[in-house]
Design a protein around this ligand. Structure first.
Ligand code: UDP
Length: 343
């Protein structure tokens, strides 16, 4: 049998794409997910163990059953805007969830973990592109919880010999190039799927959150990185854990930024459809510009992103959204309405 790895949150967007890449590389990805946001249909490359991170008995039983060689930890809440209005929910799930997982790893004698971190740990950048030495000053509770988690990993490396790699994702985008997986948050809050849903006529329009940012067109700039490229970085991080002790963190991004308006324009181009936009108030906790310097992931992990073009990322996400056999959304917004006039 292939060597098992525990993938918490393997039913989610990034986790499921990583499971596919792990299976292709000869591992057995064992998904541990409470299905609060993930999907049963997204778990196709290994077994699904339904359970909560804070359920100590369940976690112990799953680790005992599969005896994984390492853990990849995706299970967390991810909406920066929501974290501003409900920080307790984020600390509870993200920080206590990791603490519980680390305790279970200790009981099972497991010492390797790849951790899903985020560009949100940097806050409003003092300089761009952002490298890993940039000060860590999150401006929303989501970023704060991920920073606390990274600190936990550093402390557990010293005290308990836990080896970890934190991968700081910039903006995950796109979908499986083979069309087998894609993004399906319910409700959806991310820019690219919302824009494409508008192109598909599933939403009347999309909101642009703020146009007074200090950027060329006044809208926020983000570094969009293809989910399949993120998946490859996890394989490299696993390799690194077999050689290196302690803890390390790597940025994962393309080093190119696109504004919200540029994303909408690219989506109009890729889909050939009109997309109506309405400018709304800025979302609390959104830094104006996030662009990665991922030089260390390239030099130290040997990471080579292959799908850097925004149009390709949009094309893959569009292929997934419009595929005939795609899993229907439970989101009430996914009611087909006539497409609104382009603004
Ligand atoms: N955004 C927007 N309208 C939306 C959703 C997002 O203008 O309906 C903006 C958001 O303010 C941010 C960018 O798009 O500047 C990317 O947001 P997303 O939620 O996709 O990712 P985040 O950067 O928060 O991780």
């Amino acid at each position: 049998m292939a060597t098992p790895l525990l993938v918490t949150g393997g039913a989610g967007y990034i986790g499921s794409h990583v499971c596919k890449a792990l299976a292709a590389a000869g591992w057995l990805p064992v998904t541990y997910d409470n299905l609060s946001n993930g999907h049963r249909w997204a778990v196709r490359w290994g077994p699904l163990e339904v359970g909560d991170l804070q359920d100590r008995a369940r976690l112990d039983a799953v680790l005992e059953r599969w005896r994984p060689q390492a853990v990849l930890h995706f299970a967390a809440y991810i909406a920066a805007g929501e974290s501003v209005v409900d920080p307790g929910k984020y600390y509870e799930n993200n920080v206590l969830g990791l603490l519980s997982l680390l305790a279970a790893m200790g009981r099972a004698g497991l010492d390797r973990i790849v951790f899903s971190s985020t560009a949100a740990v940097y806050g409003t950048p003092r300089r761009v592109p952002i490298d890993e030495r940039h000060p860590l000053e999150p401006v929303n509770p989501y970023g704060s919880t991920k920073l606390v988690c990274e600190q936990l990993l550093r402390d557990f490396a010293v005290a308990h010999g836990i080896r970890s790699v934190a991968l700081r994702y910039f903006n995950a985008a796109g979908a499986d190039p083979d069309g087998e997986l894609g993004e399906a948050h319910e409700p959806e809050t991310h820019l690219i799927p919302l824009v494409l849903e508008a192109a598909a006529g599933l939403r009347p329009e999309i909101a642009i959150f703020g146009e007074d940012y200090p950027t060329a067109d006044g809208t926020c700039i983000r570094d969009y990185i293809h989910v399949a490229d993120l998946a490859q970085a996890h394989l490299l991080a696993l390799d690194r854990l077999s050689g290196a002790e302690g803890t390390d963190a790597f940025n994962l991004g393309n080093g190119a930024g696109f504004s919200v308006r540029q994303v909408v324009e690219a989506a109009r181009r890729v889909t050939g459809r009109p997309i109506a936009v309405r400018v709304r108030a800025a979302r609390p906790g959104d830094p104006p510009v996030l662009v990665a310097d991922a030089g260390r992931a390239r030099s130290d992990l040997g990471w080579r992103p292959r799908h850097s073009a925004l149009d390709e990322q949009l094309a893959h996400a569009w292929q997934w959204l419009t595929a005939p056999g795609r899993r229907p959304r439970a989101d009430p917004c996914a009611i087909v309405r006539p497409a609104a006039t382009q603004i």
